[in-house]
Design a protein around this ligand. Structure first.
Ligand SMILES: COc1nc2nc(N)nc(N)c2nc1C
Length: 309
């Protein structure tokens, strides 16, 4: 029975990964449902076999009275803003001056209009998820984040690692939620970001579980996986671990290519299934990031280009 439970957990976590992270399921939903029922029956018969990474544990427990506060070992910072091409060229000049003309290239990422969160894994198991809060102190929303299907309960290596990402609600889910709210005569959410924030602040995980939240992971808080020389390689590693990384992320050789990427997404932004409020540009070379460092509140090696409101 224990072998069967272990096999089912592995299989169901893989199916979940294919469906919610890769968006390419390899089995029909029916097969997933049948195996999940078999797992839940076995776990009921043998509760000692239940582990935190079991897919049956995604929606667990009774509503909380309140969220615990958590300290971020490495503060979750904010980003400096750029609003036009000149700001971007000024950023590029500051980076080149600060890095004394080492080779510089950039990674461009869509800036998801959601909620910054931090995910901690211990020996590869999802242990704790927290909101950004004021950057140093956030709220423990682990139970709600476990309901987000694109967050792996177990990653592919037994790493102790903390990653950062943006939790969000896809536009389609947002519209459906507001229609349901209107039908119930309740207040609607102003935008998907507020809907995501409101959903993650629910004290009852069963409500969060119904909100179709999603996530893109974009950086690491604490890194014990050795020195990986570039941000783009770190993103590739996060993907390899089983995290959902935004597929539109692109490396750009220079600021002109960054500006082209911004022009492209300024035009094609409405085609996305989620809302973005800008583009984040980061120096790709980790050595240069370390040389440039941080101001009191944000990295000198990154900037957020904001779309006109
Ligand atoms: C390195 O620091 C950051 N990186 C980020 N990357 C993306 N894609 N989106 C963000 N909101 C973001 N925010 C911060 C503070």
């Amino acid at each position: 029975a224990k072998q069967r439970v272990e096999a089912l957990k592995k299989e169901l976590n893989q199916y979940n990964y294919e469906y919610h992270v890769l968006d390419s399921p390899s089995v029909p939903d029916y097969e997933y449902d049948v195996k999940m029922k078999e797992l839940k029956d076995l776990e009921e018969e043998y509760p000692e076999f239940v582990t935190p990474d079991s897919p049956s544990q995604r929606v667990g427990g009774e509503p909380l009275d309140a969220f615990q506060k958590v300290q971020h070992n490495i503060p979750m910072l904010s980003l400096g803003n750029a609003f036009n091409e000149q700001d971007l060229r000024d950023f590029d000049r500051r980076v080149r001056e600060g890095a004394d003309a080492k080779e510089i290239s950039y990674v461009c990422e869509l800036k998801i209009d959601g909620l910054a969160i931090s995910l901690r894994y211990i020996d590869g198991i999802f242990e704790r998820g927290a909101t950004r809060g004021d950057g140093r102190t956030g709220e423990d929303i682990t139970r709600n984040l476990k309901t987000v299907r694109s967050i792996p309960l177990k990653i592919s290596e037994e790493q102790t690692i903390e990653v950062r990402g943006e939790a969000f609600m896809p536009v389609k889910s947002f519209r459906a939620l507001n229609e349901a709210k209107e039908a119930e005569g309740k207040d609607v959410f102003a935008n998907p970001r507020n809907a995501a924030a409101g959903s993650l602040r629910q004290l009852d995980p069963k409500i969060a579980a119904q909100r179709n939240l999603d996530i893109f992971v974009y950086s690491v808080g604490e890194w014990e996986a050795g020195a990986i020389a570039s941000h783009s390689e770190r993103l590739a590693y996060l993907k390899q671990l089983g995290f959902k990384v935004n597929p539109e992320t692109k490396t750009c050789e220079n600021i002109d290519e960054v500006i082209e990427y911004i022009q492209y997404w300024t035009e094609h932004r409405p085609e996305l299934s989620y809302e973005i409020d800008g583009i984040v540009i980061k120096v790709d070379q980790i050595a240069v990031q370390e040389k440039l460092g941080f101001t009191a509140k944000s990295p000198r090696w990154a900037i957020a280009y904001k779309f006109p409101a």
